[in-house]
Design a protein around this ligand. Sequence first.
Ligand code: SF4
Length: 611
Amino acid sequence: MQGWTGKILRINLTKKKIVTQEFDANFAQTWLGGRGFAAKILWDELKPGTNALSPENKLIFSTGPLTGASLPSSGKLLVAVKSPLTGGYGDGSIGTWACVMMRKAGYDALVFDGRSQEPTIVKVEDDKTEFLDGKDYWNLGTFETEKSLKKQYGSVTGVVAIGQAGENMVKYANVVSQEGRGGGRPGIGAVMGSKNLKAVAIKGTKELPAADMTELKKLGLEGYRTVLAEPNYKFWKRQGTMSTIEWSQENSVLPTCNYKEGVFDGADAIGGFAMEKLKVSQRGCPQCNMTCGNVITDTDNEPAELDYENVTLLGANIGLDDLKKIAHLNRLCDNYGVDTISLGNVIGFIMEASEKKLVDYPIEWGDFEKAKVLTEDIVYRKGNMGTMLAEGVRHASEKIGKDSQKWAMHVKGLEITAYDCHTTPAMALAYGTAASGAHHKDAWVIGWEVKYGRESYDEAKVDKIIELQRIRGGMFEGLTTCRLPWVEVGFKLDWYPKFMKAMTGINITLEDMYTVADRIYALIRAFWVREFGNKWNRNMDMVPARWFTEPLTKGAFKGTKLDQTGYENMLQLYYKKRGWDQRGIPTKSTLATLGLQDVAQQLSQHVQLNP
Ligand code: SF4
């Protein structure tokens, strides 16, 4: 087999046992890599109902056949677990040298299970894997942990670490690499912490297993040159995702004060042009020539990386209009290893609860000092408030009650990313049907929807969501490479079959990859349904009541809210097109068409399946 290393490294932290497992070409082509491998492993190996923070949960670092090669933006790692935040499938993707090194060490995936007695660090160097004492690293932030490991093992070492949030099992703790490349919002850091695994350090020296390395290098060079020549490239390099702040403000979709509104009075102060005046440098993921991490100095004069999501959630959504203060909160999050999107939701939620006098905890919109204190309280689970909010928005709203569930902004327990959907039904449905809960990475349909016409609830929107889920949530998450060259500078999709041919020697068309994407979606859906059994119902795919019941009070779309019947009709159509039944469960024949007969058989032991 070429393209894939064909090896998964199995690391049991309880027994300190290491096994190399081999897989064949059939497995590789059926699941592609990244998200496909992770979903398959979790489905096959996790007993239904496993406590996500128990030793039995699996922590998966997974790559795809293009990961790590000299190809545009190919330095991404998929991290996945059964999520302690949602109880379902959870993953995230981060740009890190660790994935390049992992492939060079000869592995497509690392799978951790068990729990170490003491804090530990796993070091992988080509064929040698060691367990190192991690006690001296416990209670360190991710920055210092990585710096210290690199000092000991060399600057080319790829490091993925948790901070104090992961150690304390904050349910939306993530994993961090390279001082700002974080991912794994559904609590991947919490699972890593529950295993007493502080960090993973990886070094590899082998050649990637390319079928035709000469052709791959040639295509890679052409690809990089094409990215550089795209007309949008220059502006992208100036602002990266930060220009989306202006776009969202202009289109009334910028989450403001816990998604009450879609416009923010302080938007100009936190947008891309404001950022450009403060920018001191740029960072990015490996193998990328369109790096998008904009660095400014924060209130302590320390460097911090900004992007659209973290600035919106820690800015507009909590009423804060000062980029240096936002940068400081962001830097705290990256160092503590807590996700900025979920934290921005949690802080926005409690600010609203405080405003409504539902909690005895005074904190006003835009209160930077209190937001800092609250962040630390959450990370260390201090006091009743820190402890409650460390569990996420869904849990906090269940605790507080008093109708706060209506404005607890999550889907399936995963807090919503940075698009307000009062006026955008397709984007709402994209959140409702994303693989791990409310995330835009599977189908960022809002850009298309705003041009197409946001008022309709029609079939074209459902088709577009499925098309994007296939490309973004299936193909890119499987390959595992960054989707942004395609999304942001117009790098054409037909490059990817060419890359695949040079890497694997096989003709794999876009259509082939979309079929794999459908298989991955059906399996992930089966995983959710198996976990929830008879408690599963279509309400799991609903978005927060706020968007249906409370119209916007500001901006060009003042008075607008989502139509619930329209949303439900689109959801029904989505199920039909996916071959899922009225409850959103894949039918037996859909699973069989995708080659998942065994999944149908197992799933029918948990819920009644329709033919
Ligand atoms: S475009 Fe941005 S997110 Fe994508 S690989 Fe490059 S730096 Fe990373």
